[in-house]
Design a protein around this ligand. Structure first.
Ligand SMILES: [Zn+2]
Length: 469
């Protein structure tokens, strides 16, 4: 007696990421509606189901969709549009402008059309690189614009209220965003506004609680955010200990390491996901591990800002202690979506550690799911979970020899190997192209928005060579 299913993916090398981390060398995934209904050997699953549609993976690697742990979709178009040279302000930028002031300047000129253009391009790139879920940490002026862009592309996500902060002395940027004054009353009034999305259990885009953090939030604001997140069974996120200076400022203000202070106040825990966590003291490693707090690791930014010369790389040690680590792009400044496991692997080696391909794949999938508290919904290929998965290419030089699937998928192939992406049971990318949107229109809209913002702000790439038009 066969059962019906909508989609049957057969003959894949299926990395399930289940409890035993089972890999089916010739495996299948059966999908009904939004959900995975069976995972196993191709011959067993094919015998059980009569599918409406069969996708033959042809021996290619199949794995859970990647989960972006932290992405500022509204800032995506700064990539290659404003200077990357830390020693020179962009042409037209305020004299002596720092990198951060330049980002604030750009942010202040963003309108709804720009926010949509930036999010659409970021999410299109993510989908094509095998991402099926993203976390926007609370820096979209209109979270609904980001949600609509995600729904158009068919990508799952979580959004938060815009720029919740109240400690101007803790962070320069908190005083620089015109549309988001640094104010406790404002932050508390806005907090939780995006949780309305969670009333629909099938919503593709949900809401969580995020404050900006990194010294820009009072203990009162952090406590309110963490409590609201706990009451509503959602994640609480904030930036934390990005730069040594930021961590030192907080340490001076609290009279102890910031995370030790937070632990003593009960502000850490399994529903808390802290982003960056570069500048950490030894006693902070212990309290993070003991509390079940999640971390979002940003290997691209760690290198971009030269932090390897200033901070020990603690993620391998935290991972070894059982801390759940997700990966985040923050703003994909020059690297591409899909590069993070590769960068994380190389940073670990550069600092004298070894983190396996399997570990960085787990961070990019289950780690991201856990940071959102969604580990029972996504992050692995198991019956009962949502059908969010990637089918790679089989006929690819980088798919040879085909004996080490995790290594080949996330270290060697990266985004290049992605062929088909299924999210919430729907094929959203086929043959490397979005099935849902006009890619050309998104590119044109993004190009126009970036040029508009460059003209409005007077910011430039600061590139060294002259361009003749
Ligand atoms: Zn960030």
């Amino acid at each position: 007696m066969t059962e019906r299913c909508d989609v049957l993916v057969t003959h894949g090398c299926v990395l399930t990421l289940d409890g035993a981390r089972t890999i089916y060398a010739d495996g299948a995934v059966a999908i009904q509606g939004r959900d995975i209904v069976a995972v196993g050997r191709s011959r067993d699953v094919a015998a059980r189901f009569a599918p409406t549609r069969t996708i033959d993976a042809g021996g290619a690697i199949v794995h859970p969709g990647f989960v972006e742990g932290h992405y500022h979709t509204t800032m995506h178009l700064t990539r290659a549009a404003i200077t990357d040279d830390p020693s020179r302000p962009a042409v037209g930028g305020a004299a002596g402008a720092t990198q951060r002031a330049i980002y604030s300047e750009w942010t202040n000129f963003i309108d709804d059309a720009d926010e949509h253009a930036s999010a659409s391009l970021a999410l299109l790139e993510m989908a094509k690189a095998g991402y099926t879920c993203f976390t926007e940490p609370g820096t979209a002026f209109e979270p609904d614009i980001v949600a609509k862009a995600a729904q158009a592309l068919g990508v799952r996500g979580s959004v938060a209220d815009p720029y919740l902060w109240d400690r101007a002395e803790g962070m320069q940027m908190a005083t620089e965003i015109d549309r988001a004054p640094c104010d406790l009353g404002r932050a508390l009034a806005l907090m939780g506004g995006e949780l309305k999305r969670n009333a629909d259990p099938d919503a593709l885009v949900r809401g969580h609680i995020g404050v900006y953090g990194s010294g820009s939030a009072s203990v009162e604001l952090i406590r309110a955010a963490k409590d609201m997140a706990e009451r509503n069974n959602v994640a609480f996120t904030q930036h934390q200990s990005f730069m040594p200076e930021a961590a030192a400022r907080e340490k001076a203000a609290y009279g102890k390491s910031p995370l030790v202070h937070f632990a003593e106040l009960g502000l850490l825990g399994p529903n808390v996901a802290l982003t960056h966590m570069n500048a950490l003291d030894d006693d902070e490693i212990e309290v993070v591990a003991a509390s079940g707090t999640k971390i979002v690791w940003h290997p691209g930014n760690f290198m971009f800002y030269g932090l390897g010369a200033r901070c020990a790389q603690r993620m391998p040690e935290l991972h070894a202690k059982g801390v759940s680590i997700a990966l985040g792009n923050d703003i994909a400044k020059l690297w591409a979506f899909g590069d993070l496991p590769f960068l994380a692997y190389l940073i670990a080696r550069n600092h004298g550690h070894f983190v396996s391909a399997e570990s960085v794949l787990e961070m990019a999938t289950l780690g991201g799911a856990r940071a959102l508290g969604w580990q029972d919904i996504i992050g692995s290929l198991e019956p009962g979970k949502r059908a969010d998965l990637v089918i790679r290419k089989a006929e690819l030089a980088e798919a040879v020899p085909g004996v080490s699937p995790a290594f080949e998928a996330v270290l060697v192939q990266r985004a290049k190997g992605v062929d088909t992406v299924i999210c919430d049971g729907k094929v959203i990318v086929a043959g490397g192209r979005s099935t849902r949107v006009d890619e050309g229109a998104i590119l044109a809209q993004a190009r126009a928005s970036a040029r508009r913002l460059m003209a409005k702000t007077g910011l430039s790439t600061g590139a060294a060579w002259p361009v003749v038009n």
